[in-house]
Design a protein around this ligand. Structure first.
Ligand code: G3H
Ligand code: 13P
Ligand code: ZN
Length: 287
């Protein structure tokens, strides 16, 4: 099955009351883990590449790995740029075969975020590629901001309404209390804000920084309008812990396949569990 746009997957998710998992990949083993998990759960899935992934593996490798993976699978898959930094980078990814891009103008003033997003939407839509944007700031735990400071960066529901109608974007990443990376305590999501945002826009919403968020909070967020859930850190942790276990059990092991094979299996198990939490298992045939 060829790559499909994320918009198509998210439209079905919104109608079906579930969310599609968007899993970060940096290498062959992670691409394989994501596709194997999606096949085992018969789920639609989004493979996504961050700035770090593009720097580490190179755009050509990511794109070729993803397209090799989808050529042999029957589940619907989108290949998505995560936190795209510029119009030029979005174009490079579209040219490399991505079916979806995120343009992250969240650091910009509102009007500049609108202008940048509009520019990407204009080109992407001509080519059948969907676009995700971000409004508000989704922190990283390293930012070390207090809750009251953090709330100042939460997505404003009225702004979200204006942003979506002015840009024509396909999905919107919102800042409602999640952050990238490991949480120090338990994250507390601002569900009322999420519902307000959902009432102001008519497109699927995206939850970033979803690793470490308790399953029940994820399910509640999905009930309130989240249709795409981004997971990176939990996969990294499973992958790397499995490598560590192998090397601790036999510090003389030198065969990378003996280290990376169990890591790939562990990543697959983590992703399968996420897919079930998101409610996207057995939805592949509904796309
Ligand atoms: O957006 C957050 C991802 O976890 C990206 O992290 O740039 O280190 O790959 P990365
Ligand atoms: P986590 O690493 O916290 O799961 O966040 C992933 C993410 O939002 C990628 O865009
Ligand atoms: Zn993110």
């Amino acid at each position: 099955m060829p790559l499909v746009s994320a918009a198509r997957l998210l439209k079905a998710a919104a109608a079906g009351g579930y969310a599609v998992g968007a899993f970060n990949c940096n290498n062959m083993e992670l691409v394989q883990a994501i596709i194997t998990a999606a096949e085992a759960e018969n789920a639609p899935v989004i493979l996504q590449a961050s700035q770090g992934a593009i720097k580490y593996a190179g755009l050509a490798y990511i794109s070729t790995l993803a397209r090799t993976a989808v050529a042999g699978t029957s589940v619907p898959v989108a290949l998505h740029l995560d936190h795209g930094t510029s119009f030029e980078q979005a174009l490079r990814c579209i040219t490399a075969g991505f079916s979806s891009v995120m343009i992250d103008g969240s650091r910009l003033p509102f009007a500049e975020n609108v202008a940048l997003t509009q520019r990407v939407v204009d080109v992407a839509h001509v080519l059948g590629v969907s676009v995700e944007a971000e409004l508000g700031k989704i922190g990283g735990t390293e930012d070390d901001v207090s809750v009251s400071e953090a709330e100042a960066f939460f997505t404003d529901p009225d702004e979200a309404g204006r942003f979506v109608s002015e840009t024509g974007v396909d999905s919107l990443a919102v800042a409602v209390g999640t952050a990238h990376g490991r949480y120090r305590g338990e994250p507390r999501l601002d569900f009322e804000r999420l519902s307000l945002i959902a009432s102001r826009v008519n497109i699927p919403l995206v939850l970033h920084g979803s690793s470490g968020v308790p399953p029940e909070a994820i399910r509640e967020a999905i009930r309130r309008g989240i249709c795409k859930v981004n997971i990176d850190t939990d996969i990294r942790e499973g992958f790397t812990n499995a490598m560590r276990r192998v090397l601790e059990a036999d510090s003389d092991e030198i065969d990378p396949r003996k280290v990376l094979g169990p890591a790939r299996e562990e990543a697959t198990a983590v992703i399968r569990e996420k897919i079930r939490i998101f409610g996207s298992a057995n939805k592949a045939n509904e796309i």
